[in-house]
Design a protein around this ligand. Structure first.
Ligand SMILES: NC(=O)c1ccc[n+]([C@@H]2O[C@H](COP(=O)([O-])OP(=O)(O)OC[C@H]3O[C@@H](n4cnc5c(N)ncnc54)[C@H](OP(=O)(O)O)[C@@H]3O)[C@@H](O)[C@H]2O)c1
Length: 230
């Protein structure tokens, strides 16, 4: 039977590539984005294929997440927390390192993930191999020698920590949760010089999501399947 997948930030970048590949595989996708009216690629996809449904969801608004989850009548098999933003790549004295920006990055990359899981986990099918995946980043690992991107690194470190705590609480409900580094990807965030295309990242990630099970819950993986240190 085909799977039902919900994904945040589905309108561009890695989220759009994951959405397209699931649709091509015959799965059903609930594609959530901040601004459905300004998401031409998603709208074109949904006109061509009735397996994709587009809904509005801003991960920085608890009301938006709650309302979005209430629109889903069917059970889903996989929750994909993909939406995210970057921050200044400078050192700590960079002018762009403001209080407002730090709050925005944490709100999007950490609080947004927490609330998405909070409001959507009860939509996970009782029958299936229930999975939650978080698109994190290697930049969130504590094992590094870099001296930049303070806000982004700390947000991805925090979301990996959330993932471990969720894994401990959700194991009794047979729900697995893992976080993934998608590679350095040529998106608006990754820039044109990044290593891999969104399509290559999405293909690898979907293979990883297929492999994810309750026995791998609580782990942080690279897109190629290797285990990463949190
Ligand atoms: N690209 C890389 O090299 C790389 C590396 C490691 C990790 N990642 C992670 O991969 C994920 C996807 O990144 P990407 O490269 O595809 O970035 P991207 O091209 O910049 O796309 C980001 C997506 O997140 C959405 N988003 C941002 N804030 C949102 C909000 N408040 N509510 C809902 N959606 C929101 C954006 O929607 P709008 O169009 O509305 O802004 C967009 O769909 C992120 O979590 C990122 O941290 C990326």
């Amino acid at each position: 039977m085909n799977k039902k997948i919900m994904i945040t930030g589905a309108n561009r970048g890695i989220g759009l590539a994951i959405t397209k590949q699931y649709i091509n595989r015959g799965e059903e996708v609930y594609a959530f984005c901040r601004n459905p009216n300004n998401s031409p690629e998603l709208n074109r996809l949904s006109m061509e294929n009735n397996k994709i449904k587009i809904y509005e969801l801003d991960v920085c608004s608890e009301d938006s997440i709650k309302n979005a989850s209430n629109l889903i009548e069917n059970y889903i098999d996989i929750i994909i927390c993909n939406a995210g933003i970057g921050s200044s790549y400078g050192g700590f004295m960079d002018d762009k390192n403001t209080h407002e920006k730090f709050i925005q990055v944490l709100n999007t990359n950490v609080v947004g993930v927490f609330l998405t899981i909070k409001y959507f986990s009860n939509k996970l099918s009782k029958e299936s191999d229930k999975k939650i995946v978080i698109i994190s980043s290697l930049m969130g690992s504590q094992h590094h020698e870099s001296s930049n991107a303070y806000f982004y690194r700390s947000s991805k470190a925090a979301v990996n920590n959330l993932m471990v705590t969720f894994s401990n609480e959700l194991i009794d409900q047979n729900i697995s949760i893992c976080s993934y580094h998608p590679g350095w990807v040529r998106t608006e965030m990754g820039g044109p010089n990044a290593d891999i295309s969104p399509e290559e990242s999405a293909e690898n990630l979907i293979n990883r999501f297929d492999e994810q099970s309750i026995s791998s819950t609580g782990n942080f993986y690279n897109f190629d399947g290797s285990l990463l240190l949190i």
